[in-house]
Design a protein. Structure first.
Length: 200
């Protein structure tokens, strides 16, 4: 049996053709206009989807090539981005209406992405545990997060500003050092045998 996880890629755009066949009626209650002016689902009208054959969903298995759906067109990407921005703005307006003192959220930057990986890796290595509690360590999860940071560094090489590259390299160095310390402690302890079963 393969150790690689199976996952399915679903082309959500193919649902548009079904909606257009059903007419102008909302396909589900979530798409119907809200009665109280609250949040609602934004649906993009993608004209080109009705003419396109939907790409089949594929299951990725070891040794078999994954069949991915066709990438979105530039028009589809622009429309989706506009709908996403409008939806996010409505949510932000709702939050600010409930809490007028809240300022505008900061612009998301590359630094936020690196910081997110850093925090995840450190928590997986046991940082942030409350005083008196035993830290929960996910050393394999931490390794994956650190490797993802390495992939990010590799794929963005030459495309970052000097400040962005410095942040990324510093964070990568720190999490790798923390991982080395943690893995050294784990290997020094060795593999502990399971406790003997309790006698009834």
């Amino acid at each position: 049996m393969s150790d690689k996880p199976k996952f399915e890629v679903i082309d959500r755009r193919k649902m548009k053709a079904e909606e257009e066949q059903e007419g102008s009626q909302p396909a589900s209650p979530a798409e119907a206009p809200p009665s109280g002016g609250g949040p609602r689902l934004v649906v993009n009208e993608l004209k080109s989807e009705a003419r396109r054959e939907p790409a089949p969903a594929a299951t990725h298995e070891a040794g078999a090539e994954a069949e991915l759906p066709a990438p979105p067109t530039a028009q589809e990407s622009r429309e989706q981005k506009a709908a996403y921005d409008a939806s996010a703005q409505r949510l932000e307006d709702m939050v600010r209406a409930q809490n007028p003192a809240a300022g505008a959220p900061p612009q998301i930057s590359f630094e936020h992405l690196v910081q997110q990986f850093y925090v995840s890796a450190m928590i997986q290595m046991g940082a942030g545990a409350q005083e008196g509690q035993r830290p929960r360590v996910d050393v394999l999860g931490a390794r994956t997060t650190i490797d993802l940071l390495g992939v990010l560094a590799e794929k963005t090489r030459g495309n970052l500003t000097e400040a962005e590259d410095k942040i990324l390299q510093t964070v990568l160095f720190e999490v790798r050092m923390a991982f080395l310390e943690l893995s050294s402690m784990i290997t020094a302890q060795g593999v502990q045998p399971p406790p003997p079963p309790k006698k009834a």
